[in-house]
Design a protein around this ligand. Structure first.
Ligand code: GDP
Ligand code: MG
Length: 229
């Protein structure tokens, strides 16, 4: 039988093979009080540099492309509230279609930790996954290159706090010294994909258009290949 691939050069084979790649768009939010380091974390993670961030007002996002595995490409959209946190809670538009979040506090200022719950509640009240469950959210204890203040000194208490408040985990990070930022992002993405996989497994026949993670497969919506975590 004729196979169109028979006519192709080897490099074109490769081109076809790359079409098997699944592309997934993930919208992830960074929440937390002013000056905790949200913008610096994004800059460190996406552009690999640290610089005293200047304050801007608005909503900004940066894109990090991850070659997750042999057939999964992830476009991670990191949404930065860029100054609007000063005016209180964010609008629903900002949260729309988010599939994960980081809540950031500053380990040198216990007051920023006290407001972590406010951000988590705001997130949970404004966005949920299609099954109604909260989006995976990781707590970041930023500026760990500095002397710490308060609860963050106790790992057990932080673990208990996360469990109680519904954070899937926490990391001590430093945008300045590049500590744990890649690890925290990898952890969150892994959990988002696990959640997506679990929801798809539980999916009933009859709603082929339902996509939990904003996935744009080269094969369209029929592609049910599960993610490798
Ligand atoms: P945002 O308001 O949450 O976006 O905070 P920024 O990213 O603008 O950072 C606020 C301030 O904290 C800036 O002066 C940064 O230089 C500083 N900063 C951010 N991350 C770190 C960090 O990991 N360590 C230290 N020492 N300073 C940081
Ligand atoms: Mg900022």
């Amino acid at each position: 039988m004729f196979n169109s691939r028979d006519k192709l050069e080897p490099d074109k084979f490769m081109l076809l093979d790359t079409l098997n790649e699944r592309e997934i768009n993930l919208k992830v939010l960074l929440l937390g009080e002013t000056s905790v380091g949200k913008t610096c974390i994004i800059r460190r993670y996406v552009y690999q540099f640290f610089q005293d961030a200047y304050s801007t007002i608005g909503v900004d996002f940066a894109l990090k492309v991850l070659n997750w595995d042999a057939d999964t490409l992830i476009r991670l959209q990191l949404w930065d509230i860029a100054g609007q946190e000063r005016f209180g809670n964010m609008t629903r538009v900002y949260y729309k279609e988010a599939v994960g979040a980081f809540v950031v506090f500053d380990v040198t200022r216990a007051s920023t930790f006290e407001l972590v719950t406010k951000w988590k509640n705001d997130l949970d009240s404004k966005v949920q996954l299609p099954d109604g469950s909260p989006v995976p959210c990781v707590l970041l204890a930023n500026k760990c290159d500095q002397a710490k203040e308060g609860l963050v000194n106790s790992t057990t208490q932080m673990d208990d706090f996360c469990k109680e408040k519904g954070f899937i985990g926490w990391f001590e990070t430093s945008a300045k010294e590049n500590i744990n930022i890649d690890e925290a992002a990898r952890f969150l993405v892994t959990k988002i994909l696990e959640k997506d996989k679990a929801l798809k497994l539980g999916e009933q026949e009859g709603d082929p258009d339902r996509i939990v993670v904003n996935g744009n497969s080269a094969h369209g919506k029929e592609d049910k290949k599960s993610a490798c975590c």
